[in-house]
Write a protein of this length. Structure first.
Length: 326
């Protein structure tokens, strides 16, 4: 049972304040270009111009310019900083509500971005590309990228990707990816040597002959056990009856070298990547080398996002060219 009589309900209704008409300047909201409206709404939602620019895949300077022009056109200040926090002004909140009411709050066209599949050798991703790739994604938060790590020839043969970086034993690209690609490009040669942490070895007492490795534990990344060019190292590991550990994780192998006084086989550039590691040359007469290759699928070559990744790879290797000199 209701405790309010119908007349009472009518009286309450009668005292409701009438809806306020929108201010005249808000009438301009309907004529704001969709792209500019999107810049404003995403900036308001993120509360950060830098994050908004990442979400929209535009430069922060361009975004700020668009918003400044919008404020000049409306003759209203839309954003203000409260300490270090970006907030909407009263007029900014009004414009946000108006644009939402007009249905202009379409999300960024993330669904329209092509899915780019990057397949890369695990060690190359970890040691060389990882940092620059993260920096690229931090500037382009709207891309759709699938990163596939390759740790064996079997994984390479089974992969389906738009851009592939892999390691081969010889100066031929075979075996390569099974997908149709343009002619592969050899990017550089990698030389491999046993490595040890500097903290566990003084220069005068570092092993210089194979026999001197008997006093150390060896660690092997299992993916390397099938690599033909690593036969001298793999044979040494197989002959061990004690003092050897095999791991499936590349990062775990690195940690064991760093922290457990282990000796493991690593690319010669590793002393540049980690100053705490040092190579042990002269232990094997036969050189152990691999070659880094890049191939682009036939259909993906003209895609701008693929070109962006290709430029990143070339730039990264060019910056680190000293790493690959024997």
């Amino acid at each position: 049972m209701s405790f309010i009589e119908p007349a009472g309900r009518q009286a309450v209704t009668a005292y409701r304040a009438p809806l306020r008409a929108p201010e005249p300047w808000l009438a301009l909201a309907a004529s704001i270009e969709p792209q500019v409206a999107q810049c404003f709404l995403v900036s308001a939602r993120c509360g950060c111009f830098m994050q908004a620019s990442r979400s929209l895949n535009v430069k922060a300077t361009w975004l700020r310019k668009q918003l400044a022009q919008l404020e000049a056109r409306l003759q209203r200040s839309l954003f203000s900083f409260q300490g270090s926090t970006l907030a909407l002004t009263r007029e900014g909140r009004q414009l946000q509500a108006r644009l939402l009411a007009l249905g202009e709050d379409d999300p960024p066209a993330l669904a329209d971005q092509p899915l780019i599949r990057l397949a890369v050798a695990e060690s190359i991703l970890h040691d060389i590309l990882g940092r620059d790739l993260i920096s690229l994604l931090r500037r382009n938060a709207g891309v759709r990228l699938q990163i596939i790590t390759l740790d064996s020839e079997l994984a390479l043969q089974a992969v389906s990707a738009d851009l592939v970086l892999w390691l081969s034993d010889g100066q031929e690209s075979t075996p390569g990816p099974s997908v149709a690609t343009q002619p592969p490009e050899r990017l550089t040669r990698l030389d491999y040597l046993p490595h040890i942490a500097k903290r566990y070895s003084r220069p005068a007492s570092r092993p210089r002959r194979l026999e001197e490795l008997d006093d150390y534990m060896l660690v092997q990344w299992q993916a390397d056990s099938q690599v033909g060019s690593f036969t001298p190292w793999n044979t040494l590991v197989e002959q061990r009856r004690a003092g050897v550990v095999q791991v499936q994780s590349y990062e775990l192998m690195l940690e064991m070298i760093r922290c457990c006084a282990c000796i493991g086989l690593l690319p010669q550039y590793m002393s540049h990547f980690d100053r705490g590691l040092v190579a042990l040359p002269g232990l094997f007469e036969q050189p152990m080398q691999r070659h880094l290759w890049m191939a682009v699928s036939t259909d993906a070559r003209p895609v701008p996002q693929v070109q962006m990744l290709i430029e990143l790879i070339r730039h990264t290797l060019d910056e680190r060219r000293e790493w690959f000199r024997a």
